[in-house]
Design a protein around this ligand. Structure first.
Ligand SMILES: [Zn+2]
Length: 328
C-alpha cells in the first residue's frame, strides 16, 4: 500500500493509491480501524463521512480487488485544539468523571530491568496503585479505573479498549525509561504525547515500549504501524492533542518540582498503547531504571509515593483548568 499525507491550506489530505478489497470491505489490517467502511459493490465511486477520523473519504474502484481513495480532514493543525462539536455532543457534559491509570507491562512482560534489579512492571504498578488511592481521596466523585491492578500482562490495544469502555476522560500510561547499557548517566522524567516521533531519542523510547507487542498472541494487529499509520491515529485524536499536551506539561512541572527527578520535557512519539485512546492521553517515563540514582528513587516506597503525588497534582491541576475552560 502506498500512501502520502499532505498538509494543504484546507487541511490534511491522505492519499492512498491502492488498498486491497476483501469481502467488499477495504482491508484495513494495516490501517486505523476507525477508518473502516463498507464498500458498496455496485458503486464505482462513493463518498463517506467519517466523524472521528476524516471529514470525507472519496473512494474509486480501480479494479475488482483494488480501490484508490482520498481522505480529507478539514481541521488543519492550527485549529486541531478545538474539539469538534460531535465529540462534545456524543459525550454529553464533558466532565472529568473517569480517570484511567495504565501501569505499563506486567506478567511475562517485565519491562526494563533496573541497574538495581528493580523491574519496571513492579515499579509502575506500585506507583499506579498509590496514584489510585490518592485520587480516590482527593477526587471522591471521580471514578478511577486501572487497566491492571495485579502482575498480569495486558495487551497494548486492550489498555485503551478498557479505558474507552469505561468512558475514560483522561488516560495516563506509567512507565520507566532505560538505556541499553547500564549504569548510564541519562536521568530524569519525560512525558510523551502520541505523534510521529521527532527525534532519535523519542523513537528509541517508543520502540522499547512498543516491544511489549512481542508478548502478544495477535502480533499482526500492529503490522504496518508505520509513520503513516501513526499520523492517521494522531489525526483521529486531533480533538485531544492540545489537552494531552496541556496535561503532559503539568505532569512535567509537578513530577520534577521536588528536585528528585530532572525535567526532560514533553516529547512526542508513536506509542502503540496510546493509538486507540478516545480521550486525552499521555505516556509518562517517570525516570531511568538504567541510572543508579533514578533507579534507587523509583524502587523506593518514598520515591513511588512522591511520583504518585506529582501525578495526582497534575491531574487535579488539569481538572481545574479544564472545568474553568468549559465555563468560557
Ligand atoms: Zn515501559
Amino acid at each position: 500500500m502506498h500512501s502520502a499525507l499532505e498538509r494543504t491550506a484546507k487541511g490534511w489530505i491522505l492519499r492512498i493509491t491502492k488498498a486491497r478489497i476483501i469481502d467488499n470491505a477495504i482491508d484495513y489490517a494495516t490501517m486505523n480501524s476507525k477508518l473502516a467502511f463498507k464498500w458498496d459493490n455496485r458503486a464505482s465511486e462513493c463518498v463517506i463521512t467519517i466523524v472521528s477520523t476524516f471529514d470525507t473519504i472519496i473512494a474509486k474502484r480501480i479494479s475488482p480487488k483494488e480501490i484508490s481513495y482520498t481522505a480529507t480532514s478539514k481541521s488543519s493543525q492550527k485549529d486541531a485544539a478545538t474539539p469538534p462539536a460531535n465529540t462534545l455532543a456524543s459525550k454529553g457534559p464533558w466532565s472529568l468523571d473517569v480517570i484511567v491509570i495504565d501501569p505499563g507491562h506486567g506478567g511475562q512482560d517485565a519491562g526494563a530491568e533496573g541497574v538495581n534489579g528493580a523491574y519496571e512492571k513492579n515499579v509502575v504498578l506500585a506507583i499506579g496503585r498509590k496514584l489510585r488511592d490518592i485520587l480516590k481521596k482527593a477526587l471522591p466523585t471521580t471514578k478511577v479505573v486501572m487497566t491492571r491492578e495485579t502482575d498480569v500482562f495486558i495487551e497494548l490495544y486492550r489498555r485503551t479498549e478498557i479505558a474507552n469502555a469505561a468512558g475514560g476522560k483522561l488516560f495516563v500510561s506509567i512507565h520507566c525509561n532505560s538505556m541499553p547499557t547500564k549504569p548510564h548517566p541519562a536521568h530524569g522524567c519525560e512525558t510523551y504525547i502520541l505523534r510521529p516521533g521527532r527525534n532519535d531519542d523519542a523513537a528509541r523510547v517508543a520502540q522499547r515500549e512498543n516491544a511489549s507487542v512481542s508478548f502478544e498472541k495477535a502480533k499482526r494487529r500492529y503490522e504496518g504501524m508505520t509513520e503513516d499509520q501513526i499520523i492517521v491515529a494522531t489525526m483521529a485524536q486531533r480533538s485531544f492533542v492540545k489537552l494531552s499536551e496541556t496535561f503532559a506539561v503539568k505532569i512535567q512541572k509537578e513530577m520534577t518540582s521536588g528536585g528528585s527527578l530532572t525535567d526532560r520535557g514533553v516529547s512526542q512519539a508513536g506509542f502503540f498503547v496510546l493509538v486507540g485512546a478516545s480521550m486525552p492521553n499521555v505516556l509518562v517515563e517517570t525516570g531511568f531504571l538504567s541510572n543508579t540514582k533514578d533507579a534507587a528513587y523509583l524502587a523506593s516506597a518514598s520515591g513511588q509515593t512522591a511520583i504518585a503525588q506529582g501525578l495526582a497534582k497534575a491531574i487535579q491541576a488539569y481538572a481545574r483548568e479544564y472545568q474553568q475552560s468549559l465555563k468560557h
